[in-house]
Design a protein around this ligand. Structure first.
Ligand code: ARG
Length: 490
């Protein structure tokens, strides 16, 4: 059983000052969701990215120091890794000239490639492959004979150092990776995950374009569909593509010289990286960051791709009783598509495999907008509510937190966008646990992530312990678990 400190909430110091409140989207707020992305927000410098259907590169063919070190997923053997963003193998060089928006390039001379590219030479571990194939055939006997398949895989590994999953194995592996994700409370629907097999996609441009397709399909006009897109795997001597963003949609955090951050401080590093790669942010509080992708086709160097404005669904926040709430100019994107975790199935690592479910309100209302080192909205909300902030014991934070969460749930409902609440999700999780028990399976869970960040003890999941087994297939982070990088639950 881990202690609460394992949540890492205290591991990262809060910024010395609260983020500035200027530049909010006040005035744009209305009851309907909006499709607003970078292209819509900045016609002057992002015009090239304004295609309607796909992400487009906006320049830069340099890499930077900073964000590039990390560990690889277990499938790729951490011991051999020097960095998560590994290069070449394929030399399909991109013509920078064709992709560049003439208006966006910043001086590339100031940043230089400093990314380490470990050799990926070790073959896939046959034991890991066999363990997965046995699991698959046990749960899906119609898939065929284990022995035959294992002989096939062994000879593929002998020949190429790796092996190819069948479509059925891939879909099963992705769903079970979700089922095994011990930090996720929303696993009841693991079997409904839609799997998009894009293992043939490994260029940065195509990865970006497919991310946009994923986001649109998963958003589904507000009726969100759990979905994963699996890109090319790591192969010996030929690493798959990497998406450097934490999610497809993230808000920029602009670091000021005095240490304060305007926007989302969580994304300050990625924002600096994107800026150094040629992206030009508008300096707003909710600017959508471009995708940062590296691949063999870019020689392993990261490039930025703006998301088309009509691909990103956002919800502006209002409160059912407080009319002033819209003046705060708060909003959030509809779909959390995680992009910085690799999918490991049977010893094979898929380093780019964006996946999404739908939001639980508290993720936004009790973390993203409330944490002191995120948007830190509680003082402002409490002030507007007229609460006594001179004493902790007035519980002004607690009252403001509840009303912020009311606003988040209310606004997603009003916008017709799927969102769950922490009480419903706690119940569903216990239903999932019971089902897994009936199926005679272990359901690993990390208490410190499963218990919601608001009203913990008012939810059933608080009042028990869980098995913490580390099962495969699973999702692993590349570098986010390194000290200093997003240590806590997201
Ligand atoms: N907590 C993250 C965020 O606020 C999202 C993590 C995944 N959440 C989910 N409901 N699938 O953006």
């Amino acid at each position: 059983m881990k202690t609460l400190f394992n949540r890492g909430r205290l591991a990262r110091p809060a910024p010395s000052q609260t983020p500035s409140k200027q530049g909010s989207g006040a005035g744009q707020v209305e009851a309907r969701p909006e499709y607003l992305g970078v292209a819509a927000a900045r016609p002057a410098n992002m015009a090239m990215s304004a295609t309607r259907t796909m992400a487009r590169p906006i320049g830069l063919e340099t890499a930077v120091t900073g964000l590039g070190t990390g560990v690889m997923c277990p499938a790729a053997r951490p011991g051999t890794a020097q960095g998560p963003h590994r290069g070449p193998g394929q030399a399909q060089a991109q013509d920078p000239g064709t992709a560049q928006d003439p208006g966006t390039a910043q001086d590339p001379g100031t940043v230089r490639a400093q990314v380490a590219y470990p050799e990926l030479t070790k073959p896939v571990d046959m034991d890991a492959a066999a363990e997965f194939i046995r699991l698959h055939r046990r749960e899906c006997p119609e898939a065929g004979d284990v022995g035959l398949r294992l002989r096939e895989i062994r000879s593929q590994i002998d020949l190429t150092g790796t092996y190819q999953h069948t479509s059925a194995e891939l879909a099963f592996g992705a769903r079970v990776a979700w089922r095994n994700s011990c930090r996720c409370i929303g696993r009841l629907y693991w079997q409904s995950l839609q799997v998009r097999d894009r293992r043939n996609v490994d260029s940065a441009d195509d990865v970006a374009a497919e991310c946009a397709v994923h986001l649109r399909a998963a958003t589904n006009g507000g009726r969100i569909r759990p979905m994963i897109t699996v890109y090319a795997p790591d192969r010996p001597g030929r690493p798959g593509p990497r998406i450097w963003n934490e999610q497809i949609v993230r808000y920029a955090g602009y670091q000021h010289p005095d240490g304060t951050v305007h926007g989302d401080p969580r994304n300050a590093d990625l924002t600096s990286l994107a800026l150094s790669l040629g992206w030009q942010g508008e300096g707003g509080k909710f600017d959508i960051l471009p995708l940062v992708i590296s691949a063999g086709s870019t020689g392993g160097q990261p490039r930025v791709f703006g998301l088309a404005h009509d691909v990103v669904l956002e919800v502006p926040f209002s409160h059912p009783r407080f009319d002033w709430f819209t003046e705060l100019g708060l909003r959030w994107h509809a779909v959390p598509v995680i992009t910085d975790m690799c999918l490991e199935i049977g010893g094979v690592c898929y380093p780019a495999a964006p996946f999404n479910g739908w939001y639980m309100g508290a993720e936004i209302g009790a973390r993203n907008l409330a944490d002191c080192d995120r948007y830190n909205q509680l003082p402002e909300i409490a002030a507007r509510m007229g609460l006594d902030r001179s004493r902790d014991r007035s519980l002004w934070r607690d009252q403001a937190l509840v009303e912020l969460n009311v606003a988040v749930l209310h606004s997603f409902d009003a916008a017709g966008v799927t969102m769950t609440d922490h009480h419903t999700e706690s119940r569903r999780f216990l239903t999932h646990l019971a089902r897994e028990e009936r199926a005679k399976r272990i359901c690993p869970a990390d208490w410190s992530w499963i218990v919601p960040p608001i009203s913990g003890s008012a939810t059933e999941v608080f009042h028990r312990y869980y098995d913490e087994a580390d099962l495969r297939p699973n999702f692993f982070r590349h570098d986010r678990d390194l000290p200093g990088l997003h240590p806590g639950p997201g």
